[in-house]
Design a protein around this ligand. Structure first.
Ligand code: ADP
Ligand code: MG
Length: 475
């Protein structure tokens, strides 16, 4: 029987299903469609870039094993990413667009050479105490210095990054902490440093990990009783990059273990690179001794890029993807999307996609429509302070009252609602929410969230509160 994309994928799926949690299977594998099979490359369509990144981060191993079983050692996987639906167009952005527009598709196809990934070690616990084991650095080579465009807003961070890359562990920038708001390039720059080090010093062990994954691994190691192996694993790297350390807030166990790893690396002249969405002074629920370590090196901020830099970033993207676009349009997009590079990229991709679906020329009018919809559709990040303010205003009390220790019913309810929305709209941990809303503990926040859920289901008046507040907070 000849193999088809569907048959190969369906065989892969049965293998994957046997090897991962049912919920994970449902969430991450059921929505995938097999699209094409050529030689040893299977193309699958995934709903979004995020989806692709998630698969790559969490399931690359099982995918590799499954695919190799089906297609042999040289198996390759090509992701085709459906356009993210930011402007109400239901059609997928796949290869099916007219061939004259083919060049536009490039950016959406991600070809993953599974082969290079396999021989390296992914799981920190496989180390049998041998030193010359190869550690997979988890770096994304497409995040490099070359395509990290320079501007006033990132000059310090970028140059510090380059300095560190030239002499890892040998500058006073240790640790190097890169901080700044969402979508301003922290992850990109962190990878770029790692990629550059690997390039200059191939023998050095570089490891990139998100603070979230680091935490998961740590918890896992405690469960499995191999906390020492975990620590040992991290202590043998030459360059440790931890992304989004704000995630460690409130997690004392993980902070503790990180503190020991950090000290060990630092004492041995190894480089540590961290990113965070806040400056050390603004970090909540991070132990003092850890914060003081962060301040040993350099904290460099990534700020919002200025207009010129935004234009260069867009031009660079278009150039890379081989798409031509008139200057006035590029400038229009750059002028109107100011706060976040990721949104800037999203808008231009939408624009390219929109014009290729409808075979429309990219006009200023089209750009206006898209930018408008795009900006409207983007969720604003809300802070816990802002949530407390909106909830207090709604119930006509001040924030201090909302946070107070009183047990008066309407105040308790307001406080619980603030906790509930903080959980829903921010990435803060239960502990951190509790400490910011009247110094409560995580159990109180958990209880608040459950109470709000229950009351929403049973009490009509209460449901109205939730609806009104949801509207106010997502405006
Ligand atoms: P953060 O980690 O700060 O949320 P990312 O590193 O994920 O942000 O960046 C968001 C997107 O913006 C990425 O696709 C990244 O490549 C791009 N980007 C950010 N800054 C720059 C820059 N200076 N030059 C080119 N691309 C950039
Ligand atoms: Mg990031």
């Amino acid at each position: 029987m000849t193999k088809t994309a569907e048959s190969v994928w369906s065989d892969c799926l049965s293998f994957i299903q046997d090897n991962i949690q049912p919920q994970a299977y449902k969430t991450w594998f059921e929505p995938i469609k097999a699209v094409k099979l050529t030689d040893n490359a299977l193309s699958i369509q995934v709903p979004s870039k995020f989806f692709y990144e998630w698969l790559e981060e969490h399931y690359v191993k099982v995918l590799k094993v499954a695919l190799t079983k089906e297609l042999g050692e040289n198996a390759r996987l090509v992701y085709i990413i459906k356009m993210e639906n930011t402007y109400g167009n239901k059609q997928p952005f796949t290869e099916k667009i007219p061939s004259s527009n083919r060049s536009n598709v490039k950016a959406q196809e991600v070809d993953v050479p599974l082969k290079n990934k396999s021989p390296e070690l992914k799981n920190p616990f496989v180390i049998p105490g041998i030193r010359n084991v190869k550690i997979e650095s988890q770096l994304n080579p497409s995040y490099n210095f070359e395509n990290f465009l320079e501007g006033d807003a990132n000059r310090l961070a970028r140059s510090a990054g380059l300095a560190v890359a030239n002499k890892p562990g040998g500058t006073s920038f240790n640790p190097l902490l890169i901080f700044g708001g969402v979508g301003l390039g922290k992850t990109h720059l962190a990878h770029a440093i790692g990629v550059e080090i690997k390039d200059k010093y191939p023998e050095k062990t570089v490891l990139y990990i998100s603070a979230e994954k680091f935490t998961q691994q740590y918890i896992e190691s405690v469960k499995k009783n191999n906390r020492n192996d975990f620590i040992h694993f991290y202590q043998i790297v030459d360059v440790l990059i931890i992304d989004d350390v704000q995630f460690l807030s409130g997690k004392t166990g993980t902070q503790d273990v990180f503190f020991h790893i950090f000290n060990h690396l630092h004492q041995n002249g190894k480089q540590v690179i961290l990113t965070s969405d806040k400056a050390p002074v603004d970090m909540q629920d991070i132990e003092q001794r850890l914060l003081s370590r962060f301040k040993w090196g350099l904290s460099a901020e990534l700020q919002k890029p200025d207009f010129e830099t935004r234009v260069s970033i867009l031009r660079n993207m278009l150039y890379r993807d081989g798409v031509e676009m008139p200057d006035d349009i590029v400038e229009y997009v750059a002028k109107n999307i100011k706060t976040n590079v990721r949104e800037l990229e999203g808008a231009i991709i939408s624009l390219i996609a929109q014009s290729s679906f409808n075979k429309k020329e990219v006009t200023l009018d089209l750009a206006k429509q898209i930018v408008e919809k795009f900006v409207k559709n983007t969720k604003r990040e809300v802070s816990i302070d802002y949530i407390q303010k909106v909830v207090s205003d709604y119930f006509q009390m001040d924030v201090a009252t909302l946070q107070s220790k009183t047990r008066k019913r309407h105040i308790v309810q307001a406080r619980q609602l603030a906790m509930f929305f903080a959980k829903k709209f921010t990435k803060a941990s239960l502990a951190s929410i509790g400490s910011q809303i009247g110094k409560r503990d995580h159990a109180t926040v958990l209880h608040a969230c459950k109470t709000v859920d229950n009351l929403t289901a049973t009490d009509k008046q209460f449901r109205k509160y939730v609806e009104d507040l949801s509207k106010k907070l997502s405006l």
